[in-house]
Design a protein around this ligand. Structure first.
Ligand code: FES
Length: 283
């Protein structure tokens, strides 16, 4: 990332809410962590002190100041997960990987961290690997989770994989349901939004199965296209203020009924979606 690119990122987020966080998110998405020289460049360009920038970078767990492994494992040790056996699960992962929380395996495959609550307390103990939730985890399942993570958790068999489950969402602006039972995908009501990209306008339906990336649309949407999504009810633009950790495109937040927030990457084909079954704040 050259100085010009830092300038572009700063310019893009200038004056917007959460400016510094968005800039750091984009750098983290690009490098997998926040290199010191990039933080110095941000300090120099913004006129903010390096101490300020480190303060933000170390406050949020999503940021890392050291390189991370290919797969990030987060084990919840919040109260609910703790009483349901979280510490035993964490201990089993540590012993199978030969690392402690905060460390990365020698082959750079796994980084392990512990967190205090992932907002899915009823499903504890919860382990999240690369954004994929594993619920009610037992120590006997740890070996299988690590093996599947090495292979790549994006390979999912819909219908047999316990990480695939339906979610019911509504517009983060007007709270109207976005579910479309008349046009199911994967056998479940789809999520319907209106879209625009280039000079095209139309609709898109998205699978409501968490873990499926199937969509259908009026116009074919080329891979890598960033799609503007709108609520078909209040017509508000749905893009939020945060950026995809995988590709840097804007994220589209939607409220999950029953509590929580799902954020879909606006880039066609990107799988950098995020599900937080506890949080409801929208940028
Ligand atoms: S305590 Fe683990 S998800 Fe809340």
């Amino acid at each position: 990332m050259c100085p010009e690119e830092i300038s572009r990122i700063l310019e893009e987020h200038k004056g917007k809410q959460g400016e510094l966080i968005s800039v750091l998110e984009e750098i983290q998405a690009r490098f997998g962590y926040l290199p010191e020289d990039k933080l110095r460049a941000v300090a120099q360009s913004t006129g903010r002190s390096l101490t300020d920038i480190y303060g933000v970078a170390t406050f949020y767990k999503a940021f890392s100041l050291t390189p991370r492994g290919k797969h990030l494992i987060s084990v919840c040790l919040g109260t609910a997960c703790h009483v349901r056996g979280g510490p035993a699960v964490a201990h089993e992962i540590q012993s199978q990987l030969g690392i402690k929380a905060g460390e990365t395996t020698d082959d750079n495959e796994f980084t392990l961290e512990t967190v205090n609550c992932l907002g899915a307390c009823a499903l504890g103990p919860v382990v999240v690997v690369d954004g994929h939730y594993f619920s009610k985890v037992k120590t006997s399942q740890v070996k299988g989770i690590l093996e599947r993570s090495r292979i790549g958790l994006d390979r999912i068999e819909i219908g047999t994989d316990d990480r695939v489950f339906p979610i019911d969402v509504s517009c983060a602006r007007c709270n109207h349901s976005l579910m479309d039972p008349e046009h199911p995908i994967d056998g479940y009501p789809s999520i319907r939004v209106t879209v625009s990209f280039g000079d095209k306008h139309g609709w898109m339906t998205i699978s409501s199965l968490w873990g499926s990336y199937n969509v259908s649309s009026l116009h074919e949407i080329p891979l890598d296209t960033i799609v503007n999504m709108f609520c078909p009810h209040c017509h508000a633009e749905l893009m939020g203020g945060s950026r995809c950790g995988d590709c840097g495109a804007p994220m589209v937040p939607m409220i999950v009924r029953g509590g929580g927030l799902v954020q879909l990457c606006a880039r066609r084909g990107c799988k950098g979606h995020i599900l937080d079954l506890g949080g409801t704040s929208v940028d």
